[in-house]
Design a protein around this ligand. Structure first.
Ligand SMILES: *Cc1c(COP(=O)(O)O)cnc(C)c1O
Length: 361
């Protein structure tokens, strides 16, 4: 179905086109100087010492877990509410995914739920900053650090979102970002792992190239790895996207404010709160309602696309984590994503708001 207003809108502009053309002209194709520059600027943006570019957010998570030594016999704690990529990174490496429920009022990992599932085999905790909402990093680090457990932040939905003075993704041992199409900045596909730790960086770099040193000893198979290299063609686009980062933060925040004000007092639909004043960035705007399916159908009749959030991960049989996870389950049954995105005109948001006021249960 073709929609008049899509649930997501992003764009590449003139600078992206010019940078891309220049990369082609200069034969900057595979991973090279543009990727190195993109990594440097990305680390600067997030406020970490290092960033390592990879082909996707999913690859970022898997590379981070490889660098953390995750494998058979390890348990990795993941929130029940996330895109399943978070869990698959651990699962595909042979680790046991252990689900913990989300906070009662926010769709982020609940430290108390983490505490209940910690064991002597726990090797990593993966807080996911869903929709830009920061998991309680103080509490999670307090649980992890004394036990020597790695904290791998899934900040794929939280680029430039802050908690206190620091950007999300910069609190843990490593932070993972996505540059997919439905993220704040995009290179088509892409991802980043950030870290402050030089030793972790060395392990990331090795695991990114089948365990050999890219700029050194090709003859020593130091550790297992993959080909998780980036491309300069994508980095050329990424460097242009970095220039619009602040603009995009302002725009998605404006969309969220517009929905919040426009839907205030609605009897059936409430915008899900986010801590804008504390620097959280609403990648998209979600709303809570008794029957998301009915609201989505109501919008579709007007040519407006909305979508449900992902079902909780206890529904993935191969993870073998039956739950219960009541908070994540309740959230998934009552939340929908409204048309959003860095290139979504505010005029579209107004049309959606108007249509939502015509919704009756
Ligand atoms: C997008 C996303 C990923 C995966 O990123 P890709 O670039 O799509 O592989 C992982 N976790 C979360 C929370 C995401 O939103």
């Amino acid at each position: 179905m073709e929609y008049r207003i899509n649930v997501w809108a992003t764009r590449l502009g003139e600078t992206e086109i010019a940078n891309f053309a220049q990369a082609v002209t200069n034969r900057h194709v595979g991973e090279g100087p543009l990727t190195a520059e993109f990594e440097r600027r990305f680390a600067e943006l997030v406020g970490t010492r290092h960033a390592v570019a990879v082909p996707s957010g999913s690859a970022a998570l898997m590379l981070a877990m490889l660098a953390a030594g995750i494998g058979p016999g390890c348990e990795v704690i993941v929130p029940a509410a996330t895109w399943i990529a978070t869990a698959h990174a651990a699962h595909l490496l042979g680790a046991k995914v252990v689900l913990a429920d989300t906070e009662p009022g926010r769709p982020v990992l609940d430290p108390q739920a983490v505490e209940r599932v910690l064991t002597a085999r726990t090797r990593a905790i993966v807080p996911v900053h869903l929709g830009g909402r920061g998991a309680d990093m103080d509490a999670i680090l307090r649980l992890a650090q004394p036990r020597g457990i790695a904290v791998i932040e899934d900040a794929c939905q939280a680029l430039l979102s802050r908690q206190g003075a620091k950007a999300l993704g910069g609190f843990g041992t490593m932070g993972c970002f996505s540059l997919g199409v439905a993220k704040l900045l995009t290179t088509g596909q892409g991802g980043m792992v950030v870290t402050d730790d030089d030793e972790v960086l060395a392990r990331l770099k090795l695991a990114k190239l089948h365990g050999v040193k890219a700029d050194g000893d090709w003859e020593t198979y130091a550790r297992p790895g993959m080909n998780f290299k980036f491309t300069d063609l994508a980095a050329a686009v990424g460097l242009a996207q970095l220039q619009v980062a602040d603009e995009r933060v302002a725009h998605v925040s404006a969309i969220h404010r517009r929905y919040s004000e426009g839907l205030a007092g609605h009897p059936d639909i409430q915008v899900c709160p986010i801590r804008l004043d504390e620097g959280e960035v609403p990648l998209w705007t979600e709303a809570q309602t008794a029957n998301p399916v009915a609201v989505i159908a109501h919008l579709a009749k007007a040519g407006i696309q909305a979508r449900r959030v992902h079902p909780p991960l206890n529904r993935a049989p191969h993870l073998d984590c039956p739950g219960p996870v009541p908070h994540a389950t309740g959230q998934s049954e009552t939340i929908l994503v409204l048309p959003s995105g860095p290139a979504q005109p505010l005029a579209n948001v107004d049309i959606v708001i108007e249509r939502l006021w015509e919704y009756r249960r």
